[in-house]
Design a protein. Structure first.
Length: 342
């Protein structure tokens, strides 16, 4: 359904919960429940789900992934990707607060991946607030390639969903580049939520599509991470968050024979199922302000096996945050972002 959920109509949360309607290209398409959080109006299709605890949400999402385990989606045909480039609206990618995809939407990018439950373990050696302070914040991890690996090139990427009590999740996406790497060693490169501009024509078009809804289309914001803790408690004072995150892979994974010797098209599930539950996948580094040194602030650890799941491929949703949200809170960063060509 092209353009579904592209416009949010008549949201009034000043006096509590209201019902909003999202309109798409073919008329009314969804009813959402809206309420006021400490910093913004939030609209979601499932108010009862959002009110659950972070642990309950993590267990529910991973159980759903297990229910469709092993029944992985195929990579989309070229005409489906062309539909994404030319017709599909990506406004809801930034505006829709949910952990499940909305009706009619498919993952044209990162369509096939592996999912695990996990925790973010903060080192608590930093000034950042919100979920950055959690010693064991429940998360959902999805590792995937941006598209079907071919020509000895693969594009490793990660999405992480930080779950919170009574509040919608906050999500981060990370790649190394849009151009990818040679071979199939998924853990051979660092990942980041800030990327250089793409070079390939198809990637440039995709970046332009995202740019229609988020001006700095190669960057994903993270300021929402700092607004409330895992238990849903709003932070006191101004939320504190870094300019950028980097994810440095566990060297034991980067040098493991199955990854070092992997071909670009080795099925991702075959590789990820070799990773034991409880493994640290990445150390999280924060760059406090533009051109500041990267400092470790925590780790991403699995609490389950990484599994191939059709639910993860076709239903699990990771909302993007606009980089402009971060720049509104930190206007001193704007010149660097503009001069850097992001």
């Amino acid at each position: 359904m092209p353009g579904v959920l592209s416009t949010l109509l008549s949201v009034d949360v000043s006096k509590g919960v209201r019902i909003a309607v999202l309109a798409g290209g073919v008329g009314l398409s969804a009813l959402l429940f809206c309420w006021k959080t400490p910093s913004r109006a939030v609209c979601t299709a499932d108010e009862k789900y959002e009110k659950k605890s972070a642990d309950e949400k993590m267990k529910l999402l991973y159980t759903r992934c297990r229910g469709w385990e092993g029944d992985a989606r195929e990579y989309p045909e070229k005409n489906e990707f062309a539909h994404f480039l030319l017709d599909e609206s990506y406004g809801p990618t930034f505006a829709y607060y949910s952990d499940e995809l909305y009706t009619g939407q498919r993952k044209s990018i990162h369509p096939v991946g592996c999912v695990a439950s996990g925790v973010f373990e903060s080192f608590n050696n930093h000034p950042y607030s919100g979920v950055f302070t959690s010693e064991a914040n429940p998360i959902i991890i999805r590792l995937s390639h941006a598209g079907q690996p071919k020509g000895n090139i693969s594009i490793p990427g990660m999405a992480v969903k930080f779950l919170r009590d009574g509040l919608p999740s906050v999500n981060v996406f990370a790649l190394n580049s849009f151009e990818g790497i040679e071979g199939g060693n998924f853990f051979s490169v660092d990942l980041s939520n800030h990327l250089p501009h793409p070079k390939a024509v198809a990637n440039k078009i995709a970046s332009l599509k995202f740019g229609a809804f988020s001006p700095h289309s190669t960057m994903v914001g993270i300021s929402e991470f700092a607004e409330a803790t895992q238990d849903g408690t709003p932070v006191e004072g101004e939320p504190n968050f870094p300019f950028q995150l980097r994810f440095v892979p566990n060297p034991n994974l980067a040098t493991a024979p199955q990854f070092v010797n992997a071909a670009h098209d080795t099925p991702l599930g075959e590789l990820m199922e070799t990773i034991p539950m409880g493994t640290v996948l990445y150390t999280v580094l924060a760059i406090e302000y533009p051109e500041a040194p990267a400092k470790p602030i925590g780790a991403i650890r699995t609490t389950s096996p990484l599994i191939h799941s059709k639910y993860g491929d076709e239903k699990l949703f990771f909302r993007h945050q606009r980089m402009n949200d971060d720049l509104e809170r930190r206007p001193e960063w704007r010149d660097h972002v503009t001069k850097s060509g992001y």
